[in-house]
Design a protein around this ligand. Structure first.
Ligand code: MG
Length: 286
């Protein structure tokens, strides 16, 4: 299933998108539950009995992030494709390049930076001159747990969505910890919906990113340094994961910082991220 959160006639709704992405069937959740988006379904476990309302044309609704306000910070993985590790070896990954194979880098984005799949991203004028994109597969946790093993990990995956891990490189670099440079308002476009884990395999898909229709990123998740079970095992070591938690799996090579010379986003640029089996998000930078 593909679960979308959307605005229609002034209200927030959660619905199921058909296979051709032409219609969305709203679920009768009531305003309070629907306001939390897909999170309300993920937390409730069994929602098969929720009544369905007449289908709407997808073109007539306004998609929001499937989880418009995550319950807490988004877990994000740095350096998870071999080619990306290489392209930023002399900058972002300079201090930990020796240790590539042992442990993932994990940082956070604050939940309030999430915006929808076609929302504008606001350049933080006067604060950063180096805004960059990162096209990423995001794993949405279903059943929570602590100390989840690799062998059990995939049973904890509810589904997948797309994020753009928008990054202010200068801010990321100067604070040692990355959170500030990753968490500016609007810096986490997400969507267009969540595809449930029974419909796709995040360990075998293709991630692509374009800037103004120029293909910059193109990778397969088979190239992950740390696969999804390893990421879930790592993030749940001694820390309870909850339904609806999100783990962004890292960026392929081809970010602006890795270009020669480095090339950052400017007002008017449009970044499109597409993942096979999910769909597309496309956001203008203003
Ligand atoms: Mg990233």
């Amino acid at each position: 299933m593909r679960i979308a959160t959307f605005l229609y006639q002034g209200g927030i709704h959660v619905g199921l998108v058909d296979a051709k992405a032409e219609t969305v069937t709203p679920l009768a959740l009531g305003a309070e539950r629907a306001g939390r988006g897909a999170l309300s379904l993920i937390e409730s476990g069994d929602w098969s009995n929720v009544a369905r309302m007449p289908a709407l044309r997808l073109a007539d609704v306004s998609l929001m992030a499937p989880i418009p306000r995550p319950r807490r910070n988004i877990f994000c993985v740095g350096r998870n494709y071999h080619a990306h590790a290489k392209e930023l070896l002399s900058s972002v990954f300079k201090d930990n390049s020796k240790d590539v194979a042992s442990w993932p880098i994990v940082f956070n984005k604050v939940p309030e930076c999430v915006v929808g799949p076609t929302a504008d991203v606001h350049l933080p004028v006067g604060i950063s001159e180096q805004i960059d994109y990162e096209s990423e597969l995001a794993v949405v946790i279903g059943v929570g747990g602590r100390n989840i093993t690799r062998a059990e990990a995939m049973q904890h995956v509810f589904g997948y969505t797309i994020i753009n891990d928008v990054t202010a490189r200068d801010v990321q670099m100067r604070h040692q910890q990355w959170d500030l440079g990753k968490s500016f308002d609007t810096f986490c476009p997400m969507g267009p919906w969540i595809v449930t884990a029974d419909e796709m395999d995040g360990n075998h898909t293709r991630v692509r990113g374009w800037v103004n229709q120029e293909l910059r990123q193109d990778a397969r998740t088979e190239d992950f340094i740390f696969d999804i079970p390893t990421l879930i095992e790592t993030c749940s070591r001694g820390i309870t994961l909850y339904p609806g938690d999100i783990i962004a799996t890292g960026s392929p090579a081809g970010v602006g910082m890795g270009m020669n010379p480095p090339t950052y986003l400017k007002a008017g640029d449009v970044v499109r991220v597409e993942i096979d089996g999910i769909g597309v998000i496309e956001n203008r930078f203003v």
